[in-house]
Write a protein that binds this ligand. Sequence first.
Ligand code: ASP
Length: 368
Amino acid sequence: MKPKILLIYTGGTIGMMKDPETKALRAFDFSKLLVHIPEIKQLDCEIETFSFEDPIDSSDMNIQEWRKLGDVIHANYDDYNGFVVLHGSDTMSFTGSTLSFMFENLTKPIILTGSQLPIGDLRTDAKENLITSLQLAIQNDNGTPAIQEVCIYFEYQLYRANRTSKINAEHFEAFSSPNYPPLAISGVHLNIDKSLLWQRKLVDPSLNVDGTAFAKAETQKNSLLDSNRMNYRPDFEDAVVVLKLFPGITEEVVGAICNIKGLKGIILETYGSGNAPTQKWFINLLKKALENNIRIVNVTQCVGGAVSMGKYETSTQLKQIGIVSGKDITTEAALAKMMYLLVHTNSLNDFRVYFETSLRGEVTDSIA
Ligand code: ASP
C-alpha cells in the first residue's frame, strides 16, 4: 500500500499565486495542487490536502492557531503516515517548536515547509521545498517512518524544528540550526543522517520515570514522559514575555515588565554565555519576580553556543537567585517550552528539572 501524507496549508507566501490579470498575490486553491505541480504525481504516495479556512500570514500565529493545527494533525494521526505543513517562514520556528512539545512520543514525521517566493513565481523555491518535504515524509525502514519528529525543510536542508531560527528575510537559505547539525541534506542523493534523528526516551512504566533526570522531579505523577504512547498535549500558557537585554536598559523598563499583571514567565535574553548587569536594582527586580512565582529562564542572545551560569561573575548572581538555565536552546524553543511547562508543572523545582533536560531534542543534555 502506498504511504498516505496529509498536506496542510496554514497560509504564508508558499500558497500564493499571482493573478495574471491584476498581478496581485492571492491564496492558491489546494484542490488544484496537482495541476500546478504535476511533478507530485511521480511521488510514490497518496496525498490528501487540508487548508485552513482562513489561511493566515504566520505573523498572526498564536496559541489558538497552534491548537487548530495540532487538532488537525491529532484528528488524522492514525490515518496518515506523515504530515507536511505549509506555513509562512516568519514564525515557522516558533510553530515547529510548539508542535514538538504538543506531540509527545511522536511516531510519524511532521515536516514544516514554506518558501520565500510564491508557488506561482517563475523562480520559486516552493516547488523544491514542497516536493522534497513530501519525499522525506515518506522515507521508511520496513514500513516504519524514518523520521519521527517535527522538522523544518528549507533550501536543501532538513532541520530539527526546535533547533532552528529564521536568519534571513531574502535569501532562499532562510533558516539556520546553529547548535544542532541538519538531519538531512538534499543533493543528488537525499541523505538522512540517522544518527542525528530524535530517539524517543522510552520509559519503564513500572518506574514511571526514566530513571535519570526525572527522578529529581517531585511531581512524578505529572511526569511528562509517563507513557510510551503518543500523547497530544495542546495546552499552552501565553502569559509570558521575552525580555532582551541591551546596554543602558533602565530600571523603569525592567520593572514595568516584571510587574505585568498575571505574568507567569520571562525568557531573559542575556549576553554571551548568559551574562547580565550586576547592578543591585536589576537583581532585586528579578528576585522579586521569582518570589511572585514568575519563572525566569536565561537564554543567550548569541546565534550559537550556550548559557553557562556561574562562568563569569556577571551570571553567578542569576544562578544564586534561582534563574533557570536555557543552556543552548533557541529563544523560539525556549518560549514554546516555557508556555508548555507552565501548564504541566507546579513547582519551580519541576519546572527547572524539565526545562534543563531535553524533552524533544531541543537542548543538549551534556551541557552543565
Ligand atoms: N510573511 C510571510 C509569513 O510568514 C512570509 C512567508 O510566507 O515566508 O507568513
